[in-house]
Ligand binder design. Structure first.
Ligand code: 3PG
Length: 209
């Protein structure tokens, strides 16, 4: 699955991390992000509407590449797959999840915070990781330190990434993309300001290493 993940992250430098509370927002929100140049979307399983949102976006938003995030156990994993997720992000890495995604034949980017967690996941064959929570766990300094001993590993740092610091991450050789919730601020979501969200996506699209 390494190649599939690399192909996905090559589509955009930023993966919006979305919490969709209202199902009716799912399609216009995803459309705005895709139109702004960010087609790869992580729909977190943090709301009751999440699985239906995944279904709706898969069906109705052309060009969107839809994955599930905040997948914390194999029950969630199966529900996310059944809803049509193309890939999976997790905040942490349990052996059950690491084995479960392989058994279910779906690309997964497991969340890790330490070298030992990463090495456990590497034993299962994983080489692409979500570094979470990135800023709180050491930020760019830890990623630079990991690059030496683990040159084959690449990360999607998430947690505390904003436009002001995104490029510090994106310019690292072992960072494949960054993720974050900054593309969907509460005020724009509440106002259903899809144009505003499209403009945030457009600005994020032009970030690069
Ligand atoms: C995630 O699940 O990836 C994080 O909640 C995103 O963190 P952020 O809100 O700091 O972008």
């Amino acid at each position: 699955f390494i190649q599939q993940i690399d192909d996905l992250v090559a589509l955009a430098p930023v993966i919006p991390v979305l919490k969709i509370e209202h199902l009716e927002d799912a399609v216009p929100l995803a459309q705005a992000l895709v139109d702004g140049g960010l087609p790869v979307l992580e729909i977190t399983l943090r709301s009751d509407a999440a699985l239906d949102a995944i279904r709706a976006i898969c069906k109705e938003v052309k060009g969107a590449r839809v994955g599930a995030g905040t997948v914390t156990n194999v029950t969630n994993l199966q529900a996310a797959i059944d809803a049509g997720s193309e890939f999976i992000f997790t905040p942490g890495a349990t052996p059950a999840l690491l084995a479960g995604a392989i058994a279910a034949n779906i690309p997964m980017v497991p969340g890790i915070q330490t070298v030992s967690e990463m090495m456990t996941a590497m034993d299962f064959g994983y080489r692409r990781f979500k570094f979470f929570p990135a800023a709180a766990a050491g930020g760019t300094a830890i990623l630079k330190s990991i690059a030496g001993p683990f040159p084959e590993v690449r990360f999607c740092p998430t947690g505390g990434i904003r436009p002001a610091n995104a490029n510090e991450y994106l310019c690292l050789s072992n960072v494949m993309c960054v993720g974050g919730t900054w593309l969907t601020p509460d005020d724009l979501l509440e106002a259903k300001d899809w144009d505003g969200i499209r403009e945030l996506a457009r600005a994020a699209r032009s970030l690069r290493g």
